[in-house]
Structures are given as structure tokens and as C-alpha cells.
Design a protein around this ligand. Structure first.
Ligand SMILES: [Fe+2]
Ligand SMILES: [Fe+2]
Length: 225
């Protein structure tokens, strides 16, 4: 696959953001806030280029945080969850623009190519930045499914790290309520989203996480990021 000049520039910008983050952290600046801002900056580039009608990555990070807290994740896990949720689709930047800007639902080779964004995201972050711990792996597995029918590794149930299961759930919930360049919003009403997620509980989604999400009470609420 040829990487276009446009893609290459994007990669440089993102890598620069990441470098800046680690540099700031080293200098013991108010790291948490700086880190959040940098993650927001990178993820907003991804969202804009992928044709979302809103801050998709921030929304997923906010929803993931709520589900993570409701599921008893500790602080360290929540931090990895946040970074992985903000950057989950970063591999899409390495795909040809024709794939990402397509107005039709992708099939065949194009769909397979789109699915490589999980591996590209993992590989790029691993090769460019040290110390991200499990974040690249969470990005690799954010499209795995509880029933083993996801990708890229067909992991099943608790073989999938809990943070990746949370991102998968939050990503799907957000997608049902988001318009992208190639399709309209799937469901307009919150109760329809709840019904669809409940229907897919135990198949696409970890049933315990679905319960934890429902227990939050306001299903489409997100923690501001
Ligand atoms: Fe994705
Ligand atoms: Fe996504």
C-alpha cells in the first residue's frame, strides 16, 4: 500500500504531538491537562478527516470513562482506556483517502483494507512512541467481539482486555448515534439505541459491561474530555 504525501504529513504531525506530550511530561508540567489537550488535538484530526459530524473520539473516551468507572477499573486502567479511546481509529489516517471518503458501504478488498486500521494504529504507535504500555494493544483489539466474530484476531470473551471491550461498546453506541460522510445516523432515539445494544449483549458486547452501562442511567451521557 502506498502512503500518500498527505498521509505522511499527518503521521509527522501526530508523531510530533506525541513527542511534545512526552517532552512536557518529562518536564513535570501539569501533565494530566496537557496530555488531555494533546490527545484531543490528535483525535480531532482523525475525527475531521474521517467525516464525523462531531467529536467522535472524545465522545467515545467520555463514554468509555463512565463505563470503566462503573466497572471498577483502577486509575491506571482508566488512563490507558482514555488514551486508547481517544486514539482508537488513528490507523485510519494511514489508509488511502478514497477508502475513508467513500460514500458507499465498503465490501470485499476495500472492507479488508479498512479493517487493517486496527493493526496500522497499533504498529504506528508502537514503532514511534515508547512507554505507551497496553495502549497499542487496546487499539489493535477495539473491533473484537464478545462472541469471537470480531477482528483482527477473533479473540473471544475475556481473552479481550476489558478496556478494549469497553471501547468496542462505546464505539458502537456512538456510531449508532453519529452521522458520517457515508451514512446517516442509525438511530435517532436513545431508547432505540438501548434496545439494539441490549439485543447484541452476549454477542457483540460483553453482557456485564452492557449491564454496567445501563446502570449509569443516562445511556448517551459522556464524561467531558
Ligand atoms: Fe475502529
Ligand atoms: Fe470509532
Amino acid at each position: 500500500m502506498l502512503i500518500t504525501l498527505f498521509n505522511a504529513i499527518l503521521i509527522i504531525v501526530i508523531t510530533w504531538f506525541a513527542y511534545l506530550y512526552f517532552d512536557l511530561r518529562e518536564k513535570a508540567m501539569p501533565a494530566h491537562e496537557r496530555y488531555s489537550q494533546l490527545l484531543r488535538g490528535v483525535s480531532s484530526i482523525v475525527d475531521r478527516l474521517e467525516g464525523y459530524d462531531k467529536a467522535h473520539s472524545s465522545e467515545i473516551a467520555g463514554l468509555s470513562a463512565l463505563i470503566g468507572e462503573a466497572s471498577g477499573l483502577n486509575n491506571e486502567q482508566l488512563q490507558s482506556l482514555n488514551a486508547a479511546a481517544m486514539l482508537h481509529d488513528i490507523g485510519e489516517l494511514l489508509l488511502p483517502r478514497s477508502i475513508m471518503k467513500s460514500n458507499k458501504r465498503l465490501e470485499g478488498d476495500d472492507l479488508e483494507l479498512l479493517r487493517t486500521h486496527t493493526l496500522l494504529g497499533e504498529l504506528h504507535l508502537k514503532s514511534q512512541i515508547d512507554g505507551l504500555d497496553e495502549v497499542p494493544s487496546l487499539i489493535r483489539w477495539h473491533h473484537e467481539r464478545w462472541d469471537g466474530l470480531g477482528y483482527p484476531d477473533n479473540l473471544k470473551g475475556e481473552e479481550i482486555p476489558v478496556a478494549a471491550r469497553i471501547i468496542a461498546l462505546a464505539d458502537a453506541i456512538s456510531a449508532m448515534n453519529t452521522r458520517r460522510s457515508y451514512r446517516n445516523r442509525q438511530f435517532a432515539r436513545a431508547e432505540d439505541i438501548v434496545a439494539e445494544v441490549t439485543r447484541l449483549s452476549g454477542m457483540q458486547f460483553d453482557p456485564q459491561l452492557v449491564k454496567n452501562w445501563l446502570a449509569i442511567g443516562s445511556p448517551l451521557e459522556c464524561k467531558p474530555k
